[in-house]
Design a protein around this ligand. Structure first.
Ligand code: V47
Ligand code: SF4
Length: 392
């Protein structure tokens, strides 16, 4: 990192606001910004200035590389003992006839439908069903690994894990060890929502709290596993709560280094108990990504999850600090379609993902879950991808 601001970068720092200029200098010098700086960025930073700063950090870390992966989702159930106010997807156990509950055989049928197809990851996450316990999921993971050992299992949020560990009467450390031994490779970022108790108690008071969420990710990191982290933004939280959330994650990352990606998730308002809240604007979304890139200095990657944001806004986010747009997904998730995303059938093949990235002059690179590079598509012709089943 340069210790002084290069002359060519001065243009980036100079705004009419002295506070922003001071923060800009810190960022250009590779210094960490403070909690107060983070709030100031949200309050005073213009979209263009934040975008330029975040893009500079993104390019320092990754150049033009933009990652995606080939994955699919399994949502074992939408029956859930909790009642998060923003959730459009779950059904209470008493109304389980309106939801779905997949057996191990049904989930293995989905896994087998990908035999011979080039996918590297299965993402398993769902509601917290009182009858799907730890033994059930251990059997599921063992069956997946017996069938396809190389498939990376990224599964279960701390909400699901906390519930199953408590029911199985095991400690977090013991539970994580058992799950890891059964085949769990990494944790997705869900269930984090907003950590601050003032907000958490209003939107999801009955599920695992911030300390519990962070404890489970820490235990995973201590076993050598990696994980992601999300934040549900754009509802009743204030900028301070967003920074508080990111600060807690940044501190854990300083200790363990186990997080790969930070994923801001835009609140969608269809058919849930928070439907009266308007959704955030695209400007607010891009500012969110930019501040995330600037604040989360120890997170390697910032991801825009396109099924929720929509593909055009995901494409736009690549100029606001984002360097990952998740995966092909293959129309295998219902969470966002049910919450009102414009992506009602979320599936993109590799040719479409690569086109989307190339249209904004970035460099498309397929990765696996742990960001090992699988293939660089910079010089691969779209026609060639379309006709080659191994590439598409
Ligand atoms: O925790 C639920 C969110 C999350 C709504 O790690 C909603 O790679 C917006 O975490 N509006 C689960 N968001 C999904 C998740 C995820 C997705 C993709 C990739 C990864 C990863 C993780 O979905 C929940 C919650 O924050 N969510 N309802 C809603 N109405
Ligand atoms: Fe259940 Fe998750 Fe929906 Fe909350 S967000 S009600 S924990 S499925």
């Amino acid at each position: 990192m340069p210790s002084v601001v290069p002359a060519t970068h001065n243009i980036l720092v100079n705004t009419s606001d002295a506070q922003l200029n001071a923060i800009g200098k810190k960022i250009l010098n590779g210094e960490r910004i403070s909690f107060e700086d983070g709030v100031t960025l949200f309050e005073k930073g213009s979209l263009s200035w934040l975008g330029a700063m975040a893009n500079m950090v993104r390019e320092r870390k990754h150049g033009d590389k933009t990652y995606f992966n080939r994955n699919f989702h399994i949502e074992p159930t939408n029956v859930c003992v909790f009642s998060c106010k923003f959730c459009s997807y779950s059904r209470l156990y008493a109304h389980r006839d309106e939801g779905w509950e997949l057996s191990i055989d049904q989930m293995m049928h989905i896994i087998k439908s990908y035999d011979g197809k080039h996918v590297t990851e299965v993402h398993i996450v769902g509601g917290v069903h009182p009858k799907m316990n730890m033994a059930f999921f251990i059997d599921l993971m063992k069956a997946i690994k017996a069938h396809r050992p190389g498939l990376h299992i990224k599964a279960f949020t701390p909400v699901e894990l906390d519930y199953m560990f408590k029911k199985a009467k095991v400690t977090v450390e013991e539970g994580m060890r058992l799950a890891h031994e059964a085949g769990l490779d990494s944790l997705p970022g869900g269930g984090a929502e907003i950590f601050h108790p003032d907000i958490r108690k209003q939107i999801c008071e009955d599920k695992v709290d911030a300390e519990g969420w962070l404890h489970i990710h820490k235990a995973a990191h201590e076993l050598g596993m990696h994980s992601n982290a999300t934040m549900l933004y754009g509802h009743i939280e204030k900028y301070e709560h967003r920074i508080d959330h990111m600060e807690r994650l940044r501190q854990l990352q300083d200790q363990t280094g186990g997080f790969n990606t930070f994923i801001p998730l835009k609140f969608r308002n269809k058919d849930n108990d928070m439907s009266y809240i308007p959704e955030s604007s695209v400007v607010e979304d891009m500012k969110m990504y930019a501040v995330a890139r600037l604040y989360m200095d120890n997170f390697p990657h910032i991801k825009a999850y396109w099924p929720m944001l929509g593909r055009q806004n995901a494409q736009l986010s690549l100029s606001f600090g984002v360097n990952d747009i998740d995966g092909t997904i293959d129309d295998s998730t219902k969470i966002y379609a049910m919450a009102g995303s414009e992506e009602q059938t979320p599936a993109m093949n590799t040719a479409q993902l690569v086109t989307l990235i190339k249209q904004v002059k970035r460099q498309p690179v397929e990765r696996d879950t742990l960001y090992n590079e699988v293939r660089d598509y910079t010089d691969v012709n779209i026609k060639e991808i379309e006709v080659n089943p191994l590439l598409n």
